[in-house]
Write a protein that binds this ligand. Structure first.
Ligand code: AMP
Length: 502
């Protein structure tokens, strides 16, 4: 997962500072690298590894002039990415285009090869580069270099991208002709929203991967770009939108479960309210399954807080903050090896023993992936004096890898794979474990926007909405992951495609 923002400000405005502020608001979507590209009569670029606050400073920000710009924060799915892969990417010939995205292209190698045959040398291992070139090739089919790019040319090029590029992606780009373009993959798996604000200088347009970005820089969210839809804003500042495919909308449910900030709205669904509804559903399930009543409910910070609170209210039990997170340590998944991850948990969380001592505690978390964190936290709870440790999880068991850009685990790494609920309970060393029912989870999310018929549930079911995810593709991801973690690969994990770095 990554985060991005694009802004088209009034003439003579500078958008870099707002992009910087916006990137800070989506820092949770990627802490590995950051970049901003703006345009005046040429592109101005600053990119680097690290957090937004580390990459930009008083020296490089003034260079980033112009009323058109894009920014990006990167979340590497496996291993640490290199400088060459830091977004945004841009090209100056035959067209001036700068682009950033969130997602993952599943046919990257195939496209790289195809583009190679037509003379395009993809120089990075970032899948955005193939989107950029397929888009540019689409423009090239319609117009001669030097002539003006019209909205219809852009929609044609986006249609090309939708036809050729498989996977899930939300994209924003700026054109040197003076235009901003944003589009969302045919199934709308990745989120992307659009907003505007009016000042004395004129109208400002922005699009971003989460609405929280628009909030913090003072824009009003006006729409979520739909599945297979593209938006074009030219130099006349008119907004044109076009639905270019007719696939069903299948937004990723895991954004609501874990990834997005709880003050964001995704496809008109409040992340905050949805997480509360997950908690209420879990409370009902807890009662229905006659689970043992705890003395206290404690969230595993941060993404399960709302659910734990709502669950406690519904069950009439006290809610307590018994685990304290060190906010200066990044998400533990970012560390490459299992050993580093274990240490990461210890460094990241600490207990307040008085909330555990002598009590039966119910810990609420958003998901169990490998079980490493959960097991460690259960042990911490016991060490803090808990009599019994129960767990409630706001998502069903994770069993299938996500090829759409969420770094989770390979099939064999998921603790739930091939295990019964009792076996998972034992694996994480809890006294009782309850996962939310999948239908209840989806229903809780749909309350926010009943127009969404279904969410992408692939990580829980193995049913991939794009219909083109092959066993080889998943095995190759597994192979890359094992390699990155220094593990020995099994024979079946021999076909290597690539692991996205973005
Ligand atoms: P574990 O018990 O080791 O499987 O870790 C589960 C924890 O990882 C949960 O607390 C989640 O909040 C978190 N988590 C789930 N998915 C991801 C992800 N894609 N990246 C980082 N952390 C995640």
């Amino acid at each position: 997962m990554c985060g991005f923002i694009g802004i088209y400000g009034p003439k003579e405005s500078d958008v870099a500072l707002e992009i910087y502020e916006g990137l800070l608001a989506v820092q949770h979507r990627g802490q590995d690298a950051a970049g901003i590209t703006t345009f005046t009569d040429s592109f101005h670029v600053k990119k680097g590894l690290g957090l937004v606050r580390d990459v930009f400073n008083e020296k490089n920000m003034p260079r980033l002039r112009g009323s058109l710009g894009v920014g990006h924060v990167r979340y590497p799915t496996v291993g640490a990415g290199t400088d060459e892969d830091v977004q945004p990417f841009h090209m100056v010939f035959p067209f001036g285009v700068a682009m950033a995205h969130n997602g993952n292209v599943t046919n990257f190698l195939e496209l790289k090869e195809r583009l190679g045959l037509s003379g395009v040398r993809i120089s990075s291992s970032c899948d955005l580069e193939v989107i950029l070139y397929v888009f540019a090739r689409g423009l090239e089919e319609r117009i001669k270099p030097g002539s003006k790019i019209l909205p219809e040319d852009v929609f044609f090029a986006v249609k090309k991208v939708f036809a050729e590029v498989k996977g899930a992606y939300s994209v924003v780009c700026i054109l040197a002709d003076g235009a901003m373009v944003a589009f969302r993959d045919p199934f709308g798996i990745k989120p992307i929203c659009f907003g505007e604000k009016r000042t004395e200088e004129g109208v400002w347009y922005a699009c971003a991967s989460e609405s929280v970005v628009l909030d913090v820089i003072g824009y009003k969210k006006t729409l979520d770009i739909g599945a297979g839809e593209a938006i074009y804003i030219g130099s006349d500042r008119k907004i044109l939108s076009r639905k270019l495919t007719d696939k069903p909308h299948r937004p990723c449910i895991f954004e609501l479960v874990y990834f997005a900030r709880h003050d964001s709205m995704l496809d008109d669904i409040s992340v905050y309210k949805t997480r509360r509804r997950f908690g209420e559903a879990l409370a009902d399930q807890w009662l229905a399954s006659r689970a043992p009543m705890p003395d206290v409910i404690i969230p595993i910070p941060d993404s399960s807080r709302e659910a734990a609170m709502a669950m406690a209210e519904r069950l009439g039990l006290p809610y307590r903050e018994g685990l304290v997170k060190n906010r200066y340590i990044g998400r533990t998944f970012i560390m490459p090896s299992q050993a580093a991850r274990t240490n990461g948990v210890r460094r990241k969380l600490n207990t307040i023993p008085l909330e555990f001592d002598g009590k039966n505690v119910l810990l609420v978390d958003d998901s169990i992936v490998r079980g490493t964190t959960s097991r460690r936290i259960v042990h911490m709870a016991r060490a803090a004096g808990a009599k019994r440790v129960y767990m409630a999880i706001t998502s069903p068991p994770l069993v299938s890898p996500c090829p759409y850009g969420i770094d989770m685990a390979t099939k064999t790494e998921f603790v739930a794979n091939g295990r019964t609920n009792q076996q998972i309970t034992e694996a994480v060393d809890a006294d009782y474990l309850l996962y939310i029912d999948r239908e209840r989870m989806n229903a809780a999310a749909r309350v926010g926007n009943p127009k969404i018929e279904r969410f992408c549930n692939a990580c829980f079911t193995g049913e991939y909405p794009t219909g083109d995810v092959t066993k080889e593709m998943l095995e190759s991801i597994a192979g890359e992951r094992c390699e990155a973690q220094g593990q020995v690969k099994s024979d079946e994990v021999s076909v290597r495609v690539r692991v996205p770095v973005k």
